[in-house]
Design a protein around this ligand. Structure first.
Ligand SMILES: Nc1ncnc2c1ncn2[C@@H]1O[C@H](COP(=O)(O)OP(=O)(O)OP(=O)(O)O)[C@@H](O)[C@H]1O
Length: 471
C-alpha cells in the first residue's frame, strides 16, 4: 500500500491514505450518490440491545469513576460496604452470593446495598451503565426481604420485555438457590392462569401490562402485600408506549411502606421525571460511565470513489499491516452482508453481525469473535452498540456514522473508535471516505471533537501527524 502519497488532510494528523493512479489502485475524491438509505429495520432497539448485553456479559465492567450518592436524609450517616459479610445477610443468601462467584460488592453495590437493606428499607433510584451490578443488587434486596414461608407475592419486579424478565429470573434463581421454598412467577403475556386463582409464588417478575392485569382486573396478586417493588431498565421501559402509565398505575396500588427501587442504565430527563413519579422520597445513586477517549487512537482516512474501491483499500490494508482482530462498521445490513461475503472470498475468517439475527444468535457471534475464532467482525452500528471487545486493535468505518438525517453521528463515532483505546491500549481507526459528502462528514466529526474537547490540545490524536506504521 502506498503511504500518504496524496495526503491532503485538512487535519494535520488525520492522514489521508490514498492509492496512486498509475498503479491502478488509486482512488480519487468524487462526489457520488453513495447515500444508501439507512435500513429502517435497523432502528435502535433498546430492549434487544439490553438483552444482548446481558447475554454476552459474564463479569463486571470496569469503572474508575466515583459513585455519587444523594441521600434522602443528608444527616443520616452514609454507609458503604467493602464485603458482603458486613451486610449481615441471611446465611442462605450469603451462600448464594458466593456460589455465584462474587467475592465483594461492585462499586454501585457498595453504596446501594446498605441503603436497600437498611431498617427501615429505603427507596432508591440508581443509575449506572450496563454491567455494573445493578441486577445483582436488587435481586439481593428482594431476596433479603422475602419470607419463603409466606405463600403469596411479596416482591414485584417490572421488566420491559419477557426476555429481559427471564434474564432477571435466572439471577433470582441462582442467588436464591439455597432457599428451596422460594418460588418465582412470570407475569408475562401468554402466561394464562385460571380466573379466581391466587398466586402463591413469593416473587413475581413481569411486564407492566400483564402485572397490571394480575394486580387489578384479574386479582391474582394482592398489591397491598408487596414489600419490595423494583422497576428495572427504566430507560428501556419508557421507550415503550404505555409502559410508563402502566408502571405508575401499579405503583399507586402498593402500600405506602413498600420499598420502591428504580434502576436505569442512562439518566436523561425523561427517565428522571418518570423515576420521581414512581419512587417517592428517594435516595439517588449515580455512577457515571467511564469516558471513552480518542487519545490513544490513531485515526486515518482512505480516499476512494466507490464501494468496490473501499473494499480494495481494505484488502490493501490487510496486505500492508498485521491486524489481529478488526471490527468493520457498515451503514446498512446489505453492505455488511456483501462485505462479509467478499472478505470471506479473500480468505478472511469473517463473522457477520446482522440485524435480522435473533439476539441469542448475535450473542453467539460476538462470543466466537471474542474467543478469537473469527478475526474480522463485520457489523452495522445498531448490532454492535455497547459491545466491548477488548482485544480489537483496529476499527474500520467502511461507512461513516451518520444519523437518520444524514448528519454526522459523533457519539457513535466515539463509541466505535473509542473502544480501541480502552484499557490503556493503543488503537487504529480507519475511515473509508468515498465522496465529498463523506469527507465533509468526517471533517465535521473532527471539528466536533476539537471543539468539545477544548480545541487542538493534547487530547487530539488527529493532530499527532503520524503516518502508517508509526506509533
Ligand atoms: N459483586 C460482584 N462480583 C462479581 N461479579 C458480579 C458482581 N455483581 C454482579 N456481577 C456480575 O457482573 C455482571 C453484570 O452484573 P449485573 O447484570 O448485575 O449488572 P447490571 O448493571 O444489572 O447490567 P445489565 O443491566 O446489563 O444486566 C453479571 O455477570 C453478574 O453476575
Amino acid at each position: 500500500m502506498e503511504r500518504n502519497r496524496h495526503a491532503e488532510s485538512r487535519w494535520p494528523g488525520l492522514q489521508a491514505v490514498s492509492h496512486h493512479p498509475a498503479c491502478g489502485r488509486c482512488a480519487v475524491v468524487k462526489p457520488s450518490a453513495n447515500a444508501e438509505k439507512t435500513d429502517e429495520e435497523e432502528k435502535e432497539d433498546r430492549a434487544a440491545q439490553s438483552l444482548l448485553n446481558k447475554l454476552i456479559r459474564s463479569n463486571l465492567v470496569d469503572n474508575t469513576n466515583q459513585v455519587e450518592v444523594l441521600q434522602r436524609d443528608p444527616n443520616s450517616p452514609l454507609y458503604s460496604v467493602k464485603s458482603f459479610e458486613e451486610l449481615r445477610l441471611k446465611p442462605q443468601l450469603l451462600q448464594g452470593v458466593y456460589a455465584m462467584g462474587f467475592n465483594r460488592p461492585s462499586k454501585i453495590q457498595e453504596n446501594a446495598l446498605p441503603l436497600m437493606l437498611a431498617e427501615p428499607p429505603q427507596n432508591l433510584i440508581a443509575q449506572s451503565q450496563s454491567g455494573t451490578g445493578k441486577t445483582a443488587a436488587f435481586v439481593l434486596a428482594m431476596l433479603s426481604q422475602v419470607e419463603p414461608a409466606n405463600k403469596y407475592p411479596q416482591c414485584l419486579c417490572l421488566s420491559p420485555t419477557y426476555e429481559l424478565a427471564l434474564q432477571t429470573g435466572k439471577v433470582i434463581e441462582q442467588m436464591g438457590k439455597f432457599y428451596p421454598a422460594l418460588k418465582l412467577a412470570y407475569a408475562v403475556r401468554g402466561n394464562k392462569l385460571e380466573r379466581g386463582q391466587k398466586i402463591s409464588e413469593q416473587i413475581v417478575i413481569g411486564t407492566p401490562g400483564t402485572v397490571l392485569d394480575w394486580c387489578s382486573k384479574l386479582k391474582f396478586i394482592d398489591p397491598k402485600k408487596i414489600k419490595v417493588f423494583v422497576l428495572d431498565e427504566a430507560d428501556v421501559m419508557i421507550a415503550t408506549q404505555g409502559h410508563q402509565d402502566q408502571s405508575i398505575r401499579i405503583q399507586r396500588m402498593l402500600p405506602r411502606n413498600c420499598q420502591m427501587l428504580l434502576f436505569s442504565a442512562t439518566f436523561e430527563d425523561s427517565v428522571w421525571k418518570f423515576a420521581q413519579k414512581v419512587v417517592p422520597d428517594p435516595n439517588v445513586i449515580k455512577l457515571k460511565r467511564e469516558e471513552e477517549t480518542l487519545d490513544t487512537i490513531k485515526q486515518y482516512y482512505v480516499l476512494c470513489s466507490s464501494r468496490d474501491e473501499k473494499f480494495q483499500a481494505l484488502c490493501n490494508l490487510y496486505g500492508a499491516i498485521t491486524i489481529a482482530q478488526a471490527m468493520i462498521f457498515c451503514h446498512t445490513r446489505k453492505t455488511a452482508s456483501w462485505l462479509a461475503a467478499e472478505l470471506s472470498k479473500e480468505g478472511h475468517q469473517v463473522a457477520l453481525l446482522s440485524g435480522e439475527m435473533m439476539v441469542e444468535q448475535r450473542a453467539a457471534v460476538i462470543e466466537r469473535f471474542r474467543e478469537g475464532k473469527e478475526k474480522v467482525l463485520v457489523t452495522t452500528n445498531v448490532c454492535a452498540r455497547g459491545i466491548d471487545v477488548e482485544q480489537v486493535s483496529v476499527v474500520i468505518n467502511f461507512d461513516l456514522p451518520v444519523d437518520k438525517d444524514g448528519n454526522p453521528d459523533n457519539e457513535t463515532y466515539l463509541h466505535r473508535i473509542g473502544r480501541t483505546g480502552r484499557f490503556g491500549k493503543r488503537g487504529l481507526a480507519v475511515n473509508m471516505v468515498d465522496s465529498k459528502h463523506s469527507m465533509n462528514i468526517l471533517n465535521r466529526i473532527q471539528e466536533h471533537f476539537s471543539e468539545s474537547r477544548g480545541g487542538s490540545c493534547a487530547w487530539h490524536p488527529f493532530l499527532r501527524g503520524a503516518g502508517w506504521g508509526k506509533g
